[in-house]
Design a protein around this ligand. Structure first.
Ligand code: NAD
Ligand code: MG
Length: 390
């Protein structure tokens, strides 16, 4: 029996993880669930999965949750705040941690899980973008296992040889081909992007996801973050990571080998597949996802991304080249810009302009510990906010 902590259990990835877990009560039990403020949903999840601990974002939310649990006669222990998140991510009673908090808020508990030697199922790509070297070092130093949940990286993992040690040349790996759907604005006239609405931006044609990653997909910053994520997970330089637009979202990514072979992983766009893969690896378990019908799909198409249309993708390559603090700075500026767009305080194209401005203003510096990463993150947020009209 594996005991699991789900960080961000009320989110899109959290709910999909619970769906897979519920199919295998003989294999998995829930140690802890966490949510920022969706207290009613968390209470329902507690009633169904009976975790030992539940963590929320504030004292007020904790009080509300406690009350809801008391009415149902549940004995789940309720905690709140970052220290409690780190505690449930590193507790002795827990074997595996699903890191599915969105954004920089996921960094501390994800790092805590790695430092405690847990099996870390990583959905929270922002954590790796911010502190790639530190997180990979923590994984290596503490015997932790890092399993990619992002569909592209999970696909790449599946196309790599067993025992791949993050040295591509040793295994004849020439390139990583990251596929991207292109999001909702792939074909929209570029000059009209200035005026797209939040509703249009979050309406992803293929995937149902949280609001932040949906906007990231519309700007293609999501793919940019994934380029950096691939660099750290697989030890591949930026020059060997290509992004390919594939609107059908059937091929989830590919690995190209020096002998001309290209290995791909295909499947329906449903996150339960990578979640089930990462949970059970090296075994295979039912995820609730049906196999694809290739005849019905009939056509798979591929094209090059247009960097005029998607400047965020270029910014992410620039950040990876710059290294040091720049990926964390870019990530922080993006989080501020996306939230401002979702709050209707800035237009869609202001997202990339704001990020570029913050990156220009904050030259790369070395970040040797988590405190310096967080300090750069904080400074980038202050700067980004100062560029937004009140
Ligand atoms: P979501 O917005 O649906 O859920 C986020 C979860 O994090 C919620 O449970 C929320 O309560 C919690 N949370 C939010 N802010 C928090 C904070 N400050 N402190 C603690 N908890 C907080 O997001 P999602 O779509 O499930 O994405 C989660 C992560 O997984 C993101 O990093 C995203 O990039 C990544 N991811 C998602 C998908 C997908 O299909 N949804 C695919 C690949 C990667
Ligand atoms: Mg992805």
């Amino acid at each position: 029996m594996q005991h699991i902590t789900i960080l961000g259990s009320t989110g899109s990835i959290g709910v999909s993880t619970l769906d897979v877990v519920a199919r295998h009560p003989d294999r998995y039990s829930i140690y802890a669930l966490t949510a920022q403020n969706k207290v009613e949903e968390l209470a329902q999840q507690c009633a169904r999965f009976r975790p030992k601990v539940a963590v929320v974002g504030s004292a007020a939310a904790a009080q509300k949750l406690q009350e809801l649990l008391r009415i149902q006669g549940l004995s789940t222990q309720v905690e709140y705040g970052e220290t409690a998140l780190c505690a449930v991510a590193s507790a002795n009673e827990c074997d595996a941690v699903m890191a599915a908090i969105v954004g920089a808020a996921g960094l501390a508990p994800t790092l805590a899980a790695a430092r405690a030697g847990k099996k870390v199922l990583l959905a929270n790509k922002e954590a790796l973008v911010m502190s790639g070297q530190l997180l990979m070092d923590a994984v290596a130093a503490n015997g932790s296992t890092l399993m990619p949940i992002d569909s592209e990286h999970n696909a790449i993992f599946q196309c790599l040889p067993d025992g791949y040690g993050r040295v591509p040349a040793q295994h004849g790996i020439a390139k990583i081909l990251l596929t991207a759907s292109g999001g909702p604005f792939l074909k929209r006239p570029v000059e009209t992007l200035e005026h797209v609405t939040c509703e249009e931006a979050v309406a992803h044609p293929k995937w149902v996801m949280g609001r932040k990653i949906s906007v990231d997909s519309a700007t293609m910053m999501n793919k940019g973050l994934e380029v950096i994520e691939a660099h750290w997970l697989f030890g591949v330089p930026a020059a060997a990571i290509d992004v390919v637009i594939h609107p059908q979202s059937v091929v989830h990514s590919m690995v190209s080998y020096v002998d001309g072979s290209v290995l791909a992983q295909l499947g329906n766009p449903d996150m339960r597949t990578p979640i089930a893969h990462a949970l059970a690896y090296p075994e295979r378990i039912d995820s609730g996802v049906e196999a694809i019908d290739l005849v019905k799909i009939a056509q798979l198409t591929f094209e090059q991304p247009d960097l005029q249309r998607f400047p965020c993708l270029k910014l992410a390559y620039d950040a990876l080249h710059a290294g040091g603090s720049t990926p964390a700075v870019m990530n922080a500026a993006n989080e501020v810009a996306v939230q401002a767009f979702l709050d209707r305080r800035i237009g869609f194209r202001m997202i990339d302009r704001l990020i570029a401005r913050v990156m220009d203003a904050m030259p790369s510096c070395a970040v040797d510990d988590i405190e310096s990463v967080c300090e750069q993150d904080r400074r980038a947020r202050v700067l980004a906010n100062s560029y937004i009209q009140p």
